[in-house]
Design a protein around this ligand. Structure first.
Ligand SMILES: *Cc1c(COP(=O)(O)O)cnc(C)c1O
Length: 440
């Protein structure tokens, strides 16, 4: 019997992310995970309907990934990655290159989504320096989120998250984002306006644009905002015509999330750089990659050190993470996974149909395994007051659903059962009813 005094140590000594500790309820102490469920210290079951912040793909403590990590830990747990290499990293790099479209062949390893974005931005800037024609500008979309480190904050700046650092981030040119949803009748006009804004920007400064960075198909932390594939295709064409690089941040959308293996497949564009993390290890370990096309890699070759990419982290390509990722990729390629993705998307679609007439549910939307609605409240946005109340409501119902302010979404692990997924949708319907009752 282990003593249950540790939640108290947490309350006294741990600093939790994205949390106002003064008024947040105590963190739920989790002791075990299995499949789509987490078990709390009091024995209660919580259905993980957002894949533990979007990282889990095949369920908690999946035995095949457990075995891969355990075997690797007993063989080689870590080795520095400059001057040395190891089998899990080499094999994983090859497997990723085989899975990714086109000549996305060169894998640069790092530790988490934010560091993969930092690497991509630095690679794009140094690419043009190495070519002898420096370009300074980075383009991104309003509402984008690319992580919490400084380069990532600059690329995905939002007042709601990063206001204290407004003066310290670097300048980025931001484009309007034509978010759309079921039954939206004005999306064409919104897309045309965004493309016109891009044209103006490229006319004025096109030859100074190093890269655009974007979340393909779905903006995640910005509120699960979805846009249409053809829009992204048009954006990439224009940026490329101006000579800029295209960076896809697929940290959330990668590994089946949007229905295809990668969102770039649905869009029909091979980006010059792609950032992957979150689902990469099936949610077991922090690991990330920035994968480059051949031409990007070749620009870093030279007779001396000056053109080399001087970036690396202590745990670059950690063997345990690579072993987990290889086990996860093998699960991803099993035929059952494709069936699960389709099953989840169909269940989402039916549930959204059921909410279509609810007066409190706005902008229902769906891309692959990601489904979202906005709650009709006076104060929209990440800091909307309804967010904290909904968080508590969902915890009390034993479902892990963590709204982004007034945006409630489901993003389940692919192993979720139909019953558990239905419980998630029932909780959302109950929350909508609660908000309606209060508004009446
Ligand atoms: C989560 C996320 C990041 C940041 O990843 P971390 O691992 O949290 O640093 C960057 N971009 C997107 C699209 C994300 O969803």
């Amino acid at each position: 019997m282990t003593a249950r005094d540790w939640p108290d140590f947490d309350a006294r000594h741990v600093w939790h992310p994205f949390t106002q500790a003064k008024n947040a309820p105590p963190a739920v102490p989790v002791v075990r995970g299995e499949g789509a469920c987490l078990y709390a210290a009091d024995g209660r079951r919580h259905i993980d309907l957002i894949s533990s912040w979007w990282v889990n793909l095949f369920g908690h403590a999946h035995p095949e990934i457990v075995r891969a990590v355990a075997d690797q830990a007993a063989t080689l747990e870590q080795v520095m990655f400059a001057g040395f290499t190891h089998e899990p990293a080499a094999r994983l790099a090859k497997e990723l290159a085989d899975l990714l479209p086109g000549d996305l062949n060169r894998v640069f390893f790092s530790d988490d989504g934010s560091t993969s974005v930092e690497a991509a931005l630095k690679l794009a800037i140094q690419f043009y320096v190495n070519e002898g024609r420096p370009r300074r500008r980075i383009l991104s979309f309003e509402g984008a989120y690319h992580g919490d480190t400084f380069g990532a904050m600059s690329a995905g700046f939002s007042e709601g998250f990063f206001a204290p650092f407004r003066e310290h981030v670097f300048a980025v040119d931001r484009l309007p984002y034509p978010a759309t949803w079921r039954g939206d009748t004005e999306v064409e006009a919104r897309e045309a306006a965004a493309l016109a804004a891009l044209d103006r920007l490229l006319d004025a400064a096109g030859d100074d644009v190093a890269a655009i960075i974007l979340e393909p198909l779905v903006q995640g932390a910005g509120g699960m905002r979805m846009a249409r594939p053809a829009f992204f295709r048009a954006v990439c064409e224009k940026v490329r015509a101006a000579g800029g690089l295209v960076i896809f941040d697929e940290i959330m959308t990668g590994f089946g999330r949007t229905g295809t293996l990668f969102a770039c497949e649905r869009i029909g564009v091979v980006p010059d750089l792609i950032c992957l993390s979150k689902g990469l290890t099936g949610g077991f370990l922090p690991l990330a990659v920035t994968v480059a096309r051949d031409a990007v890699y070749e620009a870093f070759l030279g007779d001396d050190f000056t053109k080399a990419f001087t970036h690396g982290h202590s745990f670059t390509a950690n063997p345990l993470g690579c072993a987990a990722a290889r086990a996860s990729l093998s699960l991803l390629q099993q035929p059952e996974t494709r069936l699960s993705l389709a099953r989840i998307e169909q269940a989402h679609a039916a549930a959204l149909d059921g909410l279509a007439e609810h007066p409190m549910a706005l902008r229902p939307r769906l891309t692959g395994t990601v489904a979202a609605v906005d709650f009709r409240v006076g104060d929209s946005g990440y800091q909307s007051a309804v967010g904290d109340r909904l968080k508590a409501f969902f915890v009390s119902r034993g479902v892990v659903i963590r709204p982004l302010g007034d945006v409630v979404y489901l993003l389940p692990p692919y192993c979720i059962s139909d019953e558990d997924l239905a419980e998630g949708w029932a909780a959302i319907a109950a929350a909508l009813d609660m908000v309606r009752a209060e508004a009446a």
